[in-house]
Ligand binder design. Structure first.
Ligand code: SAM
Length: 245
């Protein structure tokens, strides 16, 4: 795979199997295969494109979307507040387009992430995205997480589901003491109902607001993605753990 960037900063993620037709002429696949990351390739009309080896972030940004996908700001917060690192045992549900799964699988590598999904059409979209990105450490299971979790001794369970409170009891049986149950919910009513079920967990709920700045005029951009979701981080203290108010 190659990431091509044109003179206007537009990005194109291509396989390079065939010639690529642009607004400024054709890029030859044969010529592209000889290019190193960081070099420039020209179309037959002489327009230059930067050639970059794509990162996981490029694959995520160009992924096909099915249901509402999580934003990168929230992915980052989930990973940092739950301490996910290489080798962490992570389960996530539902898969959706697989955006959070890809982001977290990249971090747990060389470990493996498991993700549950109930809709075949969304699972197919996610599988296509994993394949395109060359990700091999995600196990996608067609499974309803409200019915239970097979995996044990998990470090983190992340949920992006309509009824996360239905997973709390299963999480008690599948998380290591000290592990995190993370729930991403657009509405505060969902978050409150989830919070009400968290006996034996120590929790905090946050939202992440990122404001971009236009550095030409040294002012914040007038448009921003403000609210996306409330994210609750609930740390399981174990069956013998203290009851914390
Ligand atoms: C908002 S999407 C998740 C998007 C995902 N976080 C991403 O970044 O692409 C919610 C997904 O949860 C799935 N889902 C809903 N209930 C489920 C359940 N009980 N078990 C597993 N998946 C479920 C839906 O089919 C849908 O694909």
């Amino acid at each position: 795979m190659y990431l091509l960037i044109d003179e206007k900063g537009r990005h194109y993620l291509i396989r390079g199997d065939d010639d690529f037709h642009t607004n400024y002429g054709v890029i030859s696949s044969k010529e592209l295969s000889k290019k190193k990351s960081g070099s420039v390739i020209e179309t037959q009309t002489g327009h230059g494109y930067f050639v970059i080896e794509p990162s996981m972030l490029d694959f995520i940004k160009k992924s096909k979307r099915g249901p509402q996908a999580i934003t990168l700001k929230d992915c980052g917060l989930i990973a940092s507040y739950s301490g996910i690192g290489p080798g962490s045992r992570v389960l996530e549900a539902g898969t959706g387009s697989g955006i959070l799964a890809m982001f977290l699988a990249n971090i747990v590598s060389p470990g493996r992430l498991t993700t549950y999904e109930i809709r075949e059409d969304f699972a197919q979209i996610a599988k296509g995205n994993f394949k395109k990105a060359g990700i091999k450490n995600i196990r996608l299971r067609m499974k309803d997480i409200y019915e239970g979790i097979d995996e044990k001794k998990l470090d983190v369970i992340t949920l992006d589901l309509p009824e996360p409170w239905k997973v709390v009891e299963h999480a008690r049986n599948s998380l290591k003491p000290g592990g995190y149950l993370v729930s991403y919910s657009p509405s505060i009513e969902q978050s409150k109902r989830f919070y009400n079920e968290l006996d034996g967990f120590m929790s905090e709920t946050v939202e992440c607001i990122v404001r971009n700045w236009d550095m030409k005029v040294v002012r914040p951009h007038s448009r921003m993605i403000a609210h996306t979701a409330f994210i609750t981080f609930a740390r399981w203290l174990g069956k013998e753990g203290p009851q914390i108010e």
